[in-house]
Design a protein around this ligand. Structure first.
Ligand code: PXG
Length: 290
């Protein structure tokens, strides 16, 4: 396995970062998770744009251009001869001294891992997930904006631990007022009376790229799309609920907080959206050859 590290492709065993890297010491950095499907990198431009926007959000200047970053992603996929891959793109503040001051880190660290991704087992896409609301609230945008996809994922990890302790794989996280935000690594959607709804970005959620794709697929599935405040009560009474993310794609939810959603079966709109999303990943993206 070859890893892109600061402009070079190196063997996995040689892909090392310093213990003085502020990404390690403070979670000071940003990342992206991208997918390629049969030699097409899905929404590569959108992911690279979001990476640079996250970097801007933490005042981190990425020392290569977006074009160079795109080439680095493709080169890494080609070097590893991967047709289908999960791509992890990471930029840290770089190596520095002890102490938070980012001015001690003259050179950001950039690395790209291309590998396979273990999704949820296939039967969960047919049967649907059971999830719970967890006590840990999602970061407030005023403290650490969830739109910044930073290396500081402890908020989400705390939510994930609480879900696992409750015996389920995912967690609904609420904002400070108790409105639904998102899950620990996925956005959340509900459908009620032909309307597709998801929390608006300003409530404090990641502007998910799968989320955007699903919103634009709504009308084709016969749904009106709306970004709005959502309560737990509304989720309990939804016709359908599902999660979206680059790794999970679209995964149905059939039970939340001990309540079955509608009849507890995966809904027809969700199935339609899954089908249409699959079609999109087959035809759209930046092409490469291995
Ligand atoms: N919300 C959060 C908090 C996320 O981290 C999403 C939503 C979905 O966004 P996209 O753009 O992927 O549709 C994410 C991103 C992993 C992993 O290794 C996945 C994510 C984050 C961190 C790790 O599976 N998903």
């Amino acid at each position: 396995m070859l890893i892109y590290l600061n402009g070079r492709l190196v063997k996995k065993e040689q892909a090392r970062v310093s213990v003085f890297d502020h990404g390690v010491l403070y979670g000071d950095g940003v990342f992206e998770g991208i997918r390629s499907y049969n030699c097409l990198v899905f929404k590569l431009k959108e992911h690279i744009d979001r990476l640079y926007a996250s970097a801007q959000g933490i005042s981190l200047r990425i020392p290569i251009t977006k074009q160079q970053m795109q080439k680095a992603v493709i080169d890494t996929l080609v070097a590893n001869r991967l047709k289908d891959a999960y791509i992890r793109l990471v930029v840290t503040r770089g190596e520095g001294d002890l102490g938070l001051d980012p001015r001690n880190c003259p050179k950001p660290t950039i690395f790209i891992i291309t590998d396979k991704i273990a999704l949820y087992p296939p039967e969960l896409y047919k049967k649907g997930l059971t999830i719970v609301t967890v006590p840990t609230r999602r970061n407030t945008p005023e403290a650490l904006n969830p739109q910044i996809k930073s290396l500081n994922y402890l908020n989400n990890i705390l939510g994930k631990i609480e879900a696992i302790n409750a015996g389920v794989p995912e967690a609904i996280m609420l904002d400070q007022s108790g409105f639904v935000t998102e899950c620990t690594g996925d956005n959340i959607f509900m459908i009620k009376d032909g309307v597709l709804m998801t929390p608006q970005i300003s409530v404090g959620v990641l502007n998910g790229i799968t989320r955007s794709s699903v919103l634009s697929l709504a009308s084709k599935a016969g749904l009106e799309a709306r970004e709005c405040m959502i309560t737990r009560f509304e989720l309990f009474n939804a016709d359908e609920v599902f999660l979206t993310g680059t790794a999970a794609e679209i995964i149905p939810v059939v039970k939340t907080d001990c309540r079955f959603i509608a009849d507890g079966k995966v809904g027809r709109y969700t199935l339609k959206l899954i089908e249409n999303f699959k079609k999109l990943t087959k035809k759209e993206g930046v092409r490469y050859a291995v």
